[in-house]
Every structure is written in C-alpha cells, then in structure tokens.
Ligand binder design. Sequence first.
Ligand code: PHE
Length: 449
Amino acid sequence: MATGRGQFSSKIGFLLAAAGSAVGLGNIWGFPTQAANNGGAAFLLVYLVLAFVLAYPALMAELTIGRYARANVITALSQLHPLPSLQKTGFIVGIAALSVAVFILSFYSIVAGWMLAEALSPSAQLLQLHSVAGWIDTQSFSRNGLMCLVMSLLTIMIIARGVEKGIEAWSTRLMPALFLILLGMIGYVLTQTGATEGLRAYLVPDLSRLSDPTLILSAMGQAFFSLSLGVGAMLIYGSYLRDTDNLPRMGAAVTLLDTGFAFTAGLLILPAIYVAQAQGITVFNNEGALIAGPDLIFQVLPALFDRMGVAGSWLALAFFALMSIAALTSAISLLEVPASVAVERWGISRPIAASLSGGGIFAISLIIIWQFDKLFSGVVTLTTVYGQPLLGVALCLFAGWVLHRHLLLKELRNGHPEIEQSFFWKVWPFYVKFICPTLILFTFVQSLR
Ligand code: PHE
C-alpha cells in the first residue's frame, strides 16, 4: 500500500520532524508569556497535565489514523469505514482540516516573515548596510510581502524535495540548531541583572490561580496549537511512519519534546523580560500584566537588544534566527497537508504540488497583508480558537467511533505487539471515544462565553 509514498527513514527523523512541527512560534512566544500572566508555574503545571491528558490522546488519534490509512487527510478520513455516509462525512471533515491548515499557514508565514525581517536587520547593521536595515525595519506592504515570499519559498523548496530528503533532512538539521541557539541565549541572559527575578516569576507557582477557569482555557488552547492538532499535519506525518515504530511511544516522545521545549523557552523569555525591566524598559501594561503578544517580541525585546550594543545585535540576530527556524519547521508540516492531497488525489508531481499549494497560500497571505487590520486577527481566531478544537474533537471521534476497534488494535500492534496488555490500550480507546471529545467540547463552549 505504501509503495511510492515517502517514509521517514528513522525514529529520530520522525521525532525531529514532528517536534519541528510542534515547536514553533507557539512555544517560544505564546507559552512563556501566557505562563507569566497566569500564575507562573501554576500555568506550567496545568499545561503539562492538559498536554498529556487531553492533547496527547488527540495526537494519538491523528497519528494512528494517518498510519492506518497511509494517505493524506481527505483520503484517510473518507476511507475509515465502508458506510457511504461516513465516507462522505470523512471527506467533508478532511476538506475542513485542509482549509484550516491552509489559512493557518497563510497567517503563520506572514508572522514568520516578520521574524525573518527582524533577523536580517541586525545582520545588515553588523555589515554596515544601514539603509537596507532601515528599509527592513520599517513595516510596509513591500517589506512584509517580500519577507513572507522568502519564507514561503523556503517552505515550498523543502516540501518539494519530499519526506526523506525534504522534511526529514531539514528537520534533522534545523532542530538541533534551534536547541543550541536557545541554550546559548539562556546562558547569556541568565548572567544579566534582573534575570533571577524573571526566573522567580516563572518558576514559583501562584497556586491561588489554579482554580481560575481562564487559566485552564488558555492552557488547552495553547496545548492544541502547540501540538499542531486538528489540521491533519500530525496525521500526514503519522502516515509516513514505519510499521515497526511504536506509535504510543512516538506520540509520547513528541509531546515531551514539545512541552520540554516550551518550558525551556520560558527560561529565556521570562528572565529577558525582567532584565529589560532592570534596564528601565516598560514591561508591564496599565493593568499590571506583562506586555505579551506582538509588543513583547517587536518592542520590549528589541529595546533590550538595542541597549546592549554590539552584543545586542548578535543576540537579536540569534533570537530572530531562532524564531525563523522554529516557524519554518512548523510551516513545512502545514504545507505538507495540501501538497500531499494534491500529489495523492490529483496525481501531480511533488514539486508541482508544493509550488501550486504554496503559491496559492502565498496569494492568500498577500491579501491578508494588504487588508491587515480587517483580516489578520479574524483569520487567527477562526482557525485557532474555533477550527482547531472542533476538528480535534472530530478526529477523536473518527479514531474512537468510525475506525473499528479491531483495526485500531491491529494498527497499534505494529511496532508494539504486546499493546493489548498495556495501560495505553486499557485506557485510550475509551478515552478517545468519550472523555477527550467531551472535555474539549466543554472547554470550548466555556471559552465562547
Ligand atoms: N505547533 C505550531 C506552533 O506552536 C503551530 C502549528 C499549528 C503548526 C498547527 C502546524 C499545525 O507554533
């Protein structure tokens, strides 16, 4: 069945690719500031529990469906059951997942382009190209469009090369680089005045916050976005996994890598914010909350780097290179969703499929850049707040109800022959059928109030 399809050549190749998809702007940017504003380690604790109790089972649903069907999200979901009505439903859910992936990528590559611009600007400064740096530093349609184009072309080039030579090879190169840059930066920032206060804000839990419902909501949203759930990205990566690999263990490793990375990023961001405060930069807003969102990344941190002279330029370069790499390895998993549909359903070659889908998504990005105030936050909310959790529920239901239990077991036995005796098999099938969808829906409905 798998002939002609790509496949990850090793466990580590899959792990780094899936972790590359999971680790992105959500980990380095979203997680640390959410933690800081939601009771520090109390948020971390809730996040870890939700990541393993809710997001991990949903991730397993995607990986298992993917490897069972060995196909793109639309074909996979429409083949899980012989009943035509279930096949039709699968087809529709597949189209929905594909659309959410397309729209997430269209805003994600705009943000990735900003990161690239911020990385190129200190490079231009270091090379004494001051007017170039000035152009890169100023928001404009042409700057944002060009940076987004560069990120989109990089994404297309990697996806055009296929699973092993593209996704796996580049994830294996970029992920260790990402981790080394992060560790290097933590080492430097922790020596600066104010850093310990940041560590305290991050690591000392304010347990009174544990009962706060918004904390649980934010942590769930964060966990779903961070593990790349609901859009078929993990499903298609799962479809390239070898039969000899142990699925529950692989999924657990990806969840651990993702949460571990988010935690480690917090060790950089929180101390950096407090170092900035020690330098006299405003880091709290009028309500006393830490400045989060774009202002943190594009004002607070650059202001800090600016005050550090030449060391600051290198730090800025390292930090935004870190962000660009993290964004790229996530973007490729998003582009693989439409590209694999085009290859497998239309029978076109991979380079053409990657260029067509990547080009189409870039056109959507350009429209968003052009009508930024009207479109950007709407697209983000529609895809990440509504799309991802709802599709997460749908995918759990497909794994739990549509795919027959004996087929599920048969698939999971590949790579784990004794799975029937494991704790995982005793809990997960029931869990993914009832508990996961209920909990996700419950949290989702709460978030709409
Ligand atoms: N997980 C990525 C991040 O944290 C974002 C993403 C979402 C990637 C959905 C793929 C699919 O930035």
